[in-house]
Design a protein around this ligand. Sequence first.
Ligand code: ADP
Ligand code: NI
Length: 215
Amino acid sequence: MQNPIQQTINYVKLTLAGAEVGHDWFHIERVYKSAKAINAIEKGDELVVLFAALLHDIADPKFNNGDEEIGPNKAETFLKSINVELAVIDHVKLIIQNMSFKNSFDQNKFTSKEMQIVQDADRLDAIGAIGIARAFTYGGFKNRVLYDPAIPPVQNHSKESYKNTTAPTINHFYEKLLLLKDMMNTETGKVIALERHHFMLSYLDQFYGEWEGKK
Ligand code: ADP
Ligand code: NI
């Protein structure tokens, strides 16, 4: 019998075969590795952290008619099928239900050390070199321009502006990516986020320089 983490890895790989690149197995693998590394310092319950990292994007509401419950329910059904303790399953389910960036606008939601660690790991994958690559991949998929000096980023960022944006991909840096360093939960996550944040700032500096033919 394989250990439950290995069983979960196999299940997630299989389930995400053919998933879009933003949330494919490699995204999960990066979040899993980051969550494990952060947890080694922050010392949460490792099993909860690893299960939640592996299962957090198992069914994207975007491709399920906006249904936010399919993912958490799928995770629950799977963890029950491999006989994971009920308290662990409940905790993992709560983490998955509460993790998305969208939900971070809602007050009074569930939190725990394990939730904070997995959320930090997921947010880290949206910034730095990989975050930049993911943003332009998303923008390309939506056929958005890279940058348009005539279209400024949305200022007062809100749930609505985040949802409705059809702006150039560079605007997404100001609407989300550059805000993430101040949204990190753990000290360990903050340190890593700051380094990736500086990388993005220097990327933008280079980008604008090249745009003007100056660099
Ligand atoms: P999450 O997985 O954190 O819930 P999303 O599903 O919103 O995030 O986005 C997946 C990836 O696509 C992230 O790296 C995110 O930065 C990027 N992305 C989302 N919306 C946009 C956008 N409007 N422009 C460019 N990139 C985007
Ligand atoms: Ni994710």
